[in-house]
Design a binder for this molecule. Structure first.
Ligand SMILES: [Zn+2]
Ligand SMILES: [Zn+2]
Length: 120
């Protein structure tokens, strides 16, 4: 279940919430700032979490042909795919804000689903 607007706002206004300093705080509860309510602990937790996740995804979820993540930076970076379209997306990543946004959107959607699944 996605968090409601109110739940997110309450979280962001309460630095003592136990979810600060967790990847969940960053991904699901939108605590994104370096100088935010918890001093960037959520962001740092997310960064560390992603390093482990990427390694895991590369091992366990190589992209199969037809996967919608081909042609994205996610395919290249998170899944270690080196097909032509993933490579092209990676090479183009610094050129456009659009590519970066697409990358973030897909990555975060994937993480939200995973984190929610582990909480159920
Ligand atoms: Zn936080
Ligand atoms: Zn690919």
């Amino acid at each position: 279940m996605p968090y409601s607007r109110n739940a997110i706002e309450k979280f962001l206004n309460d630095p003592t919430d136990y979810r600060h300093g967790t990847p969940q705080g960053y991904v699901n509860l939108r605590c994104r700032g370096y100088l935010g309510v918890c001093g960037g602990r959520c962001r740092e937790a997310y960064r560390i979490y992603m390093i482990a996740k990427r390694a895991e995804w590369r091992e366990t979820q190589p992209l199969v042909p037809g996967d919608p993540r081909h042609g994205t930076c996610v395919g290249y970076k998170n899944h270690g795919c080196r097909c032509d379209t993933c490579r092209a997306a990676w090479n183009a990543r610094s050129k456009g804000e659009k590519a970066r946004k697409k990358h973030n959107k897909i990555r975060l959607a994937q993480l939200e689903a995973e984190i929610e699944a582990t909480q159920a």
